[in-house]
Design a protein around this ligand. Structure first.
Ligand code: KIV
Ligand code: ZN
Length: 388
């Protein structure tokens, strides 16, 4: 669709995702994931937080030096030491970005930073300026933006852009926002910050209330041009917006969002599986897009519909996200049509009476067994045809 906007996908699996308990990766593993992300077509890889540890520094530096074709980003707090260290790690990137952040909400200002609004603005401006002295791609995040007073958020964002930020990210750090509230913050920034068109507005949503994907999409509807997300939605606490979900929502409902990405969607499942195998953090079976059941149909009515015309019960094609094909799972809810279809695929031509006999035996077995495998079907058919 020609009037669609191109939304940048900023993947933070290796930074915010790695902050997920149990998800830390070694250098080799991070390089493997970064390579997979580049092949997936993400625009920006946030490779780590260089000052956090020597290991983080080394992995950002190695990813920057070896992964080409997309932007490599490193995180820094708004202080000279962090920013200098980030650039030291990023300087060999084909395209490097420094991402500086500073909390802006009253709660963070009062209890964590003990800084006034004026001090926050001055520190943000100094941080952005220092980052801009190293590279022309600078992102600024007012941490906890979703809980920041609106007037103050506008002031900080305007000052950061004036100081040289080319992307302003609006984190919902604690996953507190709702789609309507988060969308309205983006709309407000578009309307009230005079220099907003000089920067890309980015979303960064956490999933504490299960709304990270919905919030990110609401931001796109209101003018955001970048989504920060992670593979399988891994991240601090309940995680970040899941990359595969935001991407497929925009692709499947392009008629609604009028937005596209550069993601090679056929790489979604392989990338998800690579990350699961490296981190041992498995996705649940019914996880949208990449879960094992995401394209599996068991009920007889659905299977019958699918065999007649797949769009009856399928809004995406499994091949488009990297699955081999739709899985018509045979279980106690399945019907004769699906059983006949599987028998044919297994090489058996059954007449109506034979199929009915196999079907009766199949239903009895399905009441006892959670999953029916092809071996079970073959045994039932053989029993029906030859009595053995
Ligand atoms: O959630 C958050 O606020 C972050 C920032 C560092 C962008 O991860
Ligand atoms: Zn975060």
């Amino acid at each position: 669709m020609s009037d669609s906007r191109r939304i940048k996908i900023f993947d933070t699996t290796l930074r915010d995702g790695e902050q997920s308990p149990g998800c830390s990766m070694n250098l080799q593993e991070k390089l493997e994931v970064a390579q997979a992300l580049q092949e997936l077509g993400v625009d920006i890889i946030e490779a780590g937080f260089p000052i956090a540890s020597p290991g983080d520094f080394e992995s950002v530096r190695e990813i920057a030096a070896n992964i080409k074709g997309c932007t490599i980003c490193g995180l820094a707090r708004c202080n000279d030491a962090d920013i200098d260290r980030a650039w030291e790690a990023l300087k060999f990137a084909q395209f490097g970005r420094i991402h500086v952040f500073l909390a802006t909400s009253a709660i963070h200002r009062e209890f964590k930073l003990r800084m006034t609004r004026e001090e926050i603005i001055a520190r943000a401006v100094a941080g952005v300026r220092r980052a801009a002295s190293y590279c022309d791609d600078v992102e600024f995040s007012p941490e906890d933006a979703a809980r920041t007073e609106r007037d103050f958020l506008c002031e900080v964002v305007e000052a950061a852009i004036k100081a040289g930020a080319t992307t302003v990210n609006i984190p919902d750090t604690v996953g507190y926002a709702t789609p309507a509230s988060y969308g309205s913050v983006i709309a407000m920034l578009k309307n009230r910050v005079p220099n907003i068109d000089k920067a890309v507005i980015s979303t960064h949503c956490h999933d504490d209330l299960g709304m990270a994907v919905a919030n990110s999409l609401a931001a796109v509807e209101n003018g955001a041009g970048q989504i920060e997300c992670t593979i399988n939605g891994i991240g601090e606490r309940a995680g970040n917006a899941a990359l595969e979900e935001v991407v497929m929502a925009m692709k499947t409902r392009e008629d609604y969002y009028h937005a596209t990405t550069g993601i090679v969607t056929q790489r979604l499942v392989p990338t998800s599986r690579l990350l699961s195998s490296i981190t041992s953090m498995h996705v649940q079976r019914n996880k949208a897009i990449v879960g094992r059941n995401a394209f599996a149909h068991e009920s007889g009515i659905h299977q019958d519909g699918m065999l007649k015309e797949r769009s009856t019960y399928e809004i995406m094609r499994p091949e488009d996200v990297g699955f081999q094909k739709t899985d018509l799972v045979l279980g106690k809810h399945s019907g004769r049509a699906a059983l006949g279809d599987r028998a044919k695929a297994l090489g058996y031509q059954l007449n109506g009476e034979q199929l009915q006999g196999v079907f009766d035996a199949f239903k009895k077995l399905a009441d006892k067994k959670k999953e029916i495998y092809d071996g079970d079907i073959i045994a039932l058919i053989e029993m029906q045809l030859h009595g053995s």
